[in-house]
Design a protein around this ligand. Sequence first.
Ligand code: GDP
Ligand code: MG
Length: 183
Amino acid sequence: MDIETFLQNESQHPTDYRCGFVAIVGRPNVGKSTLMNHLIGQKISITSKKAQTTRNRVTGIYTDDTAQFVFVDTPGFQTNHRNALNDRLNQNVTEALSGVDVVVFVVEAMRFTDADRVVLKQLPKHTPVVLVVNKIDKDKAKDKFALEAFINDVRQEFEFTASEAVSAKHGLRIANLLELLKP
Ligand code: GDP
Ligand code: MG
């Protein structure tokens, strides 16, 4: 693309074109990396059954006609032991959260633990936090009433701006989530 075409394309963006930073947080294994891979449509983060695979903050970018999302994947909060590595991981999380426009707090459907609560306690108070209930494809989440009750219970734990139930693995309701994050 030559510079004139580029500038012409740029000027065609609507004046309300939005751009923002999105931090994805949650305890290990809730599906943060899987979610980010689906959000940006390419595999650049690391997913694994083993906790703590993602040791560095990874940034992905998703652009569409009306908005640009800059995603930050985080290693998750390490709560069991204090050691140099875990301190670094926690520091990365704190760094990732400072100055973002919206935080996405991911939990696993039908499973809210003390480790989730620890992460919630460390979230910024003046930044919008969107609750994402992931893994709704799992058998235990198939009961719609039970899932709704679970989401309501988690919503009691924190003042979330909004919530969405998704399956990162199967790409379910990911588009809904992006729409919800736009404002
Ligand atoms: P992270 O530690 O939060 O980054 O979690 P990962 O993205 O590494 O995922 C942890 C495990 O959960 C992996 O085995 C994923 O395949 C699995 N997983 C992630 N999302 C889903 C989902 O929507 N449904 C199911 N069934 N499994 C998922
Ligand atoms: Mg990860």
